[in-house]
Design a protein around this ligand. Structure first.
Ligand code: NAI
Length: 389
């Protein structure tokens, strides 16, 4: 069984190590901080005993998974692996230094991957003598529970690296999608309006937080409303992703972050973990009073979903990923009730174009520009999955 190296024993590194060990691989986790390694070990032990309590795994399996993972503060130990997945802090210089050192020590046919969410894989690979074996393997948090993994070949990556990475991650029981090395890859790009448009509706005073969340879950069928979800993710994390994507797209107004979320972040109202975000978790009353007006709810859902559809269509237009992978990514990565391109077909492409054009007409903002792909498809009476809609 191939040996797996993990660089960075934080939230993601620990989760990925658990996934690889559960799939039967010997794993080495490297971190510069002894305390991080200790935390990782303790956390895994507690996850394992919980799984045993719930009868998900046996005592023996739990022990075997833990025994498969070795913790180290020596990078050389990781360099012996067949596949290394790096999950250290999101700083290009730190990642480049690690990649350069590993690239110099690792066997020629081994693979070097990064779990980066926002840096370009090309910029990390550029630090290596052999950038053709560098690839993005992007897990979602928590890695053991989230089924989706985005595979991101850099311009330098060779085809053999891509196919080996895909087959390895599939063997770990994950669903893989392939994304172009562009900001936000698939999920973090296509999902932006779920947050941004919901905040916009709030800021315009069309509906309050509880009403928008109620509409999106009850009428839209989403598992969590946008405000509950942002509170869950944390405004520091969610705002940073939004800002990073905005900057990376050369300040395209479609991805512009909101002051509302920035202020929450600045105030320390980071969401659930702080006891307060859009909701006050010390006083849950506010959450209980959405305005359950079906007409208002439908209008809200329609506006957010059509913006998501536009984003998904544009990702396809720019060949960020295939139609199937874009839909799969949103269903498996963020639990959307159905794929957005499928949704577009259901509503009818011409109807989506009409809704977007209406928003554009109302606001005259570039944010609401319709994707050229949707417009072309409407003109040709095409659907994403069917010839005609
Ligand atoms: P974290 O802060 O929990 O863990 C980072 C770990 O890296 C820490 O244990 C730290 O001690 C270690 N570290 C820092 N510098 C190091 C170095 N030079 N050598 C070795 N170890 C070093 O961070 P988290 O959340 O696990 O994120 C790690 C990576 O995964 C980042 O690139 C992030 O963008 C990406 N990611 C994070 C997700 C999330 O939801 N947290 C989701 C998907 C990707």
């Amino acid at each position: 069984m191939e040996k797996i190296g993990i660089v960075g024993g934080g939230a993601m590194g620990s989760g990925i190590a658990q996934v690889a060990a559960t799939a039967g691989h010997p794993v080495v986790v490297y971190d510069i901080h002894e305390s991080a390694l200790e935390r990782s070990r303790v956390k895994l032990a507690s996850i394992m005993s919980r799984l045993v309590e719930k009868n998900k795994i046996s005592d023996r399996e739990a022990l075997s998974i833990q025994q498969k993972i070795q913790y180290t503060q020596h990078l050389e130990d990781v360099a012996k692996a067949d596949l290394v997945i790096e999950a250290v802090v999101e700083h290009l210089e730190v990642k480049q230094k690690i990649f350069k050192a590993l690239d110099a020590q690792m066997a020629p046919n081994s693979i070097l991957a990064s779990n980066t969410s926002s840096l370009s894989v090309a910029s990390i690979a550029a630090a290596c003598e052999h950038p053709e074996r560098v690839i993005g393997i992007h897990f979602f948090n928590p890695a053991p529970l989230m089924k989706l993994v985005e595979i991101i070949p850099a311009v330098q990556t060779d085809a053999a690296t891509v196919s080996s990475a895909i087959s390895m991650i599939k063997n770990w029981g994950k669903t893989t999608v392939v994304a172009k090395d562009t900001p936000g890859f698939i999920v973090n790009r296509v999902a932006r309006p779920f947050y941004g448009e919901a905040i916009r509706i709030l800021e315009e005073g069309i509906a309050d937080v509880a009403t928008i969340d109620w509409a999106m879950t009850t009428i839209g069928g989403f598992r969590m409303g946008p405000f509950s979800l942002m509170d869950y993710i944390g405004h520091d994390v969610n705002y940073t992703v939004t800002e990073t994507v905005f900057k990376a797209f050369y300040y395209d107004p479609r991805y512009r972050p909101s002051f509302t979320q920035k202020r929450l972040s600045e105030a320390g109202y980071l969401g659930r973990k702080a006891g307060r975000g859009f909701y006050d978790y010390t006083n849950d009353k506010e959450k209980l009073h959405p305005r359950k007006d079906n007409q208002l709810g439908q209008a809200i859902v329609q506006r957010i979903v059509v913006m998501l559809i536009n984003e998904a269509a544009d990702a396809l237009f720019w060949q960020v990923a295939s139609r199937d992978d874009i839909d799969l990514a949103m269903v498996k990565g963020v639990n959307y009730p159905q794929g957005l391109l499928q949704w577009a077909d259901e509503w009818g492409i011409d109807h989506c174009v009409m809704l977007l054009d209406k928003l554009y007409e109302d606001y005259r903002e570039d944010r609401y520009r319709c994707s050229p792909l949707l417009r072309r498809m409407a003109k040709n009476a095409q659907g994403f999955y069917s010839a005609k809609t």
